[in-house]
Ligand binder design. Structure first.
Ligand code: ZN
Length: 350
């Protein structure tokens, strides 16, 4: 499936978000737009004229392309699609919360030297948006979530006119987002177009298999127990795609902490519905979740921590969740084991 890249261009009028944006109908248009961005970069800030910047020419960048991404899931996709034609680095490692992440000086240097910057957008990387808007004037930048058709996105509850950025929780939607990323790579490196298409095809095949497996697994949870209670409201796309009710202690972002009212609301829900488990997230403090467990216990209902889910960051090396495919499998196994009720005592998933 081909996606659409959303890219910026030098010298264009500023839009509502401070930069010029437009949706492109396909990879070729994305290519033209990205190359316009490259030509712009060559004349930026009194730098060398077009063609004199190492590794850059108006014909495209030389492989390997240096790709810098925000979250690890995007880096993983870039490696899968680009293979040897890309050198990929993620700014946000295991356990890092993208909603709160602030770029360090070395991050900025990495971003300034990147051939392609890829982020999710849709306000996921809340503290970095202005940096990307500035970089968009000088470097090829793609916000993969913003290249998806809006009708495929979930409205963000409580934030009028915005979308839920956690698009990787629906494997099918993430597959489409990979198409947007592949289109950006093809546009920047047309000589590798066939390689990127083949890489995308192979990866999307794996994603389609994963999607079918997730559906099978969730179907093994008794319908009345298909309720996923987590630390923050990251799993909305997961719920929509796989038919599971999702309730978060915190909202769609982790910027504001959960209050007593949020804890009380969840305790009521767990007690009334006799739900067996609540989940902690690797990139969010578990303080609130533990308060909910204690609150339920005080009312005579034992809720256990169903395990740790990787929500907004991949797992560390060796965890089995250090790739996107592994992360999804880990989360689904953890959720199914805790909610199915057939493996009492197993609280950690895999
Ligand atoms: Zn989140």
């Amino acid at each position: 499936m081909e996606g659409r890249a959303t890219v910026g261009r030098t010298g264009a009028p500023a839009g509502r978000h401070g930069g010029w944006r437009r949706r492109w109908p396909g990879p070729l248009a994305a290519a033209l737009a990205l190359l316009a961005g490259v030509a712009g970069a060559c004349g930026d800030g009194g730098g060398p004229a077009s063609g004199e910047v190492p590794g850059i020419s108006v014909q495209g960048r030389r492989a390997p392309l240096r790709v810098v991404t925000t979250i690890g899931m995007l880096a993983d996709a870039a490696r899968a699609i680009g293979g040897e034609r890309v050198q990929v680095q993620a700014l946000m490692g295991p356990g890092v919360d993208p909603h709160l992440y602030k770029a360090s000086q070395s991050d900025l240097e990495l971003l300034r030297s990147a051939d392609l910057i890829a982020y999710v957008g849709l306000h996921l990387e809340g503290k970095m948006t202005s940096i990307f808007e500035r970089l968009r004037q000088r470097r090829p930048v793609v916000a993969v979530g913003e290249g998806l058709p809006p009708e495929r996105l979930r409205a963000a509850p409580g934030f009028a006119g915005t979308y839920d950025p956690h698009i990787w929780f629906d494997v099918g939607l993430w597959s489409e987002a990979c198409g947007v990323l592949a289109a950006a790579l093809q546009a920047l490196d047309p000589a590798g177009a066939e390689a990127y298409r083949a890489g995308l095809r192979a990866y999307q095949h794996e994603l389609a298999e994963l999607q079918a497996w997730v559906r099978e697994q969730i179907a093994t949870i008794p319908p009345r127990r298909r309720v996923l209670v987590t630390a923050h409201d990251a799993f909305g796309y997961f719920g929509r795609a796989y038919g599971i009710e999702v309730v978060g202690l915190q909202g769609i972002s982790t910027v504001s902490e959960a209050g007593l009212a949020d804890v009380a609301r969840l305790v009521d829900l767990l007690v009334e519905r006799e739900l067996p488990a609540i989940f902690v997230e690797s990139s969010v403090s578990d303080k609130g979740v533990r308060a909910v467990v204690a609150g339920a216990a005080a009312r005579g209902h034992q809720v256990r921590i169903g395990g740790t889910l990787y929500s907004d960051a991949l797992g560390p090396e060796g965890s089995g969740a250090e790739t996107y495919l592994g992360m999804v499998r880990h989360n689904v196994r953890t959720i199914v084991q805790a909610l199915r009720g057939s493996s009492a005592g197993d609280t950690r998933g895999d």
